[in-house]
Write a protein that binds this ligand. Structure first.
Ligand code: 1CP
Length: 356
């Protein structure tokens, strides 16, 4: 058997920052950096029948993953995929309707639906993501780290119940109150699938992973603890157990959008980095989370609609508020698709040139 020797990463600032080490300057990447902001992405997207073909073709997923590294100069690549590959791998296929968003023909209504779901087997059901990761690692050749990701169980649960995006996710929240036990059964199945999936991403070559809890903010603090944090905590513990068993670094970022009410609890997770959105006050968040974790974020993505001087000023203000250590710069949520690429570059350059 051929033993692969891992390629040394040349720019490992994000990994150093995640470990709390000195970085010299603040590293930066953007949530949703691979995608519609880039004309190069839109060109590849036009050449295929739809979003899913792009996600399921490793050569193309690799190509669009690399685009922001080359074009924007970010300090990490994030594998081009979607959080919705997990419901599909468990038995609920999704479609992406042009200009509308995700749509699931089958949704979860009760016990029979939950029983019929399987625990995802990444090597079989998600081989295309793992292949895209392997290919991207080869193509990156150690230039920057590769970020893997998954949705947090609560956010995946939302799509499984609702069948699409929603402003309130009221069907999903109703289920928590009316089908308490079943909700836990489903969340446990999603959690088991996600643990297997993230471990497989690390084995395929991901250097760090992020859990997206995009709809954390629709829950009350009490429900958030019971139905989201409990499962995020299982995922972090399981990855970190593997981490110590294999003595290889497996850093984890948790981004819970809107969970400002749970920052203290988030600070207790067995993870390395906590993502902040732009509603969260930076120094207040640092106090609640404590000193041990690195923070990520958190410029309002709408700042990138402003003139260049405003972008520079707001970015510098953000950098100063976080300070020179234990910070990975990012937006407070995904970059909006109609953002001007030159303004995104201005944000990135301001961070890379900033001296404390
Ligand atoms: O080309 C297109 O028109 C498709 C738009 C698109 C893209 C570019 C979708 C559909 N997904 C993606 C890629 C994607 N999704 C990435 C790529 C890597 C990168 O960040 O560069 C990532 C990390 C995601 C993660 C994702 N998908 C999240 C979590 C992050 C967040 O924004 O909160 C969520 C909630 C989804 C679901 C989803 N997939 C696509 C859309 C439009 C949505 C949101 C639907 C909704 O509003 O409910």
């Amino acid at each position: 058997m051929q033993i692969e020797i891992p390629v040394k990463i040349q720019n490992d600032l994000i990994l150093k920052a995640a470990r709390g080490q000195e970085t010299g300057r603040t590293p930066v990447w953007l949530m949703r950096q691979a995608g519609r902001i880039l004309p190069e992405y839109r060109k590849v997207r036009k050449s295929v029948s739809g979003f899913k073909e792009l996600v399921q073709t490793p050569e193309l997923a690799c190509e669009v993953t690399l685009q922001p590294v080359d074009i924007l100069g970010v300090d990490a690549a994030i594998i081009f995929s979607d959080i919705l590959v997990i419901p599909e791998a468990m038995g609920l296929p999704y479609q992406l309707i042009e200009n509308k968003g995700p749509f699931f023909e089958k949704t979860i209504k009760g016990l029979d639906d939950i029983d019929s779901l399987k625990i995802a087997n990444p090597k079989e059901d998600l081989h295309y993501v793992l292949e895209a990761i392997r290919l991207t690692k080869t193509e990156l050749d150690g230039k920057v780290p590769l970020i893997g990701f998954a949705g947090a169980p609560w956010t995946i649960f939302c799509y499984m119940l609702e069948g699409s995006g929603s402003k309130t996710f009221s069907k999903a929240r109703k289920f928590l109150y009316t089908q308490h036990e079943l909700a836990h059964q489903l969340l446990q199945k999603i959690t088991d699938s996600t643990i297997a999936y993230l471990q497989a991403q690390f084995e395929a070559g991901a250097d760090i992973v992020q859990l997206f809890d995009s709809w954390a903010g629709v829950l009350s603090p009490q429900l958030y603890k019971e139905f989201s944090l409990r499962y995020i905590s299982q995922i972090c513990d399981s990855i970190k157990n593997q981490h110590s068993a294999n003595s290889i670094q497996r850093p984890v970022i948790v981004f819970a959008k809107g969970a400002y009410f749970s920052l203290k609890e988030l600070g207790k997770l067995n993870c390395d980095v906590i993502g902040l959105d732009w509603n969260m006050d930076i120094s207040e968040s640092r106090k609640l989370i404590g000193e041990t974790k690195t923070l990520q974020g958190n410029l309002d993505p709408a700042v990138l609609y402003a003139d260049f001087q405003t972008i520079k000023n707001e970015t510098k203000k953000m950098l100063n508020n976080f300070g020179p250590k234990q910070h990975i710069a990012n937006l407070g949520h995904g970059v909006y698709p109609d953002t001007d690429v030159e303004r995104v570059k201005c944000f990135i350059e301001t961070i890379k040139e900033y001296e404390f």
